[in-house]
Design a protein around this ligand. Structure first.
Ligand code: SF4
Length: 213
């Protein structure tokens, strides 16, 4: 995990937001508000979101404004996805801490391993420590296209690790195996189709083909 450069430090006051979804049941336990951030330095081969790799693009939003939007959504909690949340950990830690302080849960996906995050904290990365401190459920590890996980919900590959960082989800780890994945398809008034969650590609193609008929 590399040190943030000057541009990243300048940007630390804002979140680079790629997508905001007010309510979903496909991105973690219960009903959650999901935030996809723009930018990922990890770049796993086979990543489903390569359009989120670039650190250019996205919309700059203040942590205060983003936390307000999350709390206004009234869901059980916040899920942070990417892109890579820990590549903009300082600003996201402020969002996550505000959500947590309001009594909502925080789930954070990362392509970094638990060991890489621990090493960053040991090296003095307060931003990484702060985002971990505000996270209840961490999903850690890069996507590995040759190890697709069809047994646990929300994750892409079997190497990815669920880590409970608080006592907010007792029993969750025991319930994961065999839990179904969900995919959500939204069609807005203009006919634009948006998808989130996780489904096997053949099933997703079939579903989308049916919608276009
Ligand atoms: S960490 Fe996530 S967003 Fe980044 S390349 Fe890997 S799968 Fe894609």
């Amino acid at each position: 995990m590399s040190e943030p450069g000057p541009a990243a430090r300048r940007a630390a006051e804002t979140v680079s937001l790629a997508r905001f979804l007010a309510a979903t049941r496909a991105e973690g336990p219960g009903e959650r508000t999901a935030i996809w951030v723009q930018g990922c330095a990890i770049r796993c081969p086979g990543c489903f979101n390569p359009q989120l790799w670039s650190f250019r693009g996205g919309t700059r939003v203040s942590p205060v404004e983003l936390a307000r939007r999350v709390l206004d959504a009234g869901t059980d909690g916040l899920t942070l996805l990417g892109g890579e949340p820990f590549d903009q950990a300082a600003a996201l830690a402020r969002v996550a801490a505000a959500v947590s302080a309001a009594g909502r849960s925080v789930m954070t996906f990362t392509g970094y391993t638990r060991a890489q995050l621990a090493a960053a904290v040991d090296a003095g990365r307060d931003d990484v420590a702060a985002l971990l401190a505000a996270t209840d459920l961490l999903v850690a590890g890069p996507f590995q296209a040759d190890r697709i996980d069809t047994n646990r919900p929300w994750v892409g590959s079997t190497n990815q690790e669920f880590v409970l960082l608080s006592d907010r989800f007792p029993g969750l780890l025991d319930e994961l195996s065999g839990s179904p994945d969900r995919v959500e398809v939204t069609v807005d008034r203009a006919g634009r189709i948006a998808v989130n969650g996780w489904a096997e590609l053949d099933a997703l193609d079939e579903l989308l083909a049916g919608l276009r008929r």
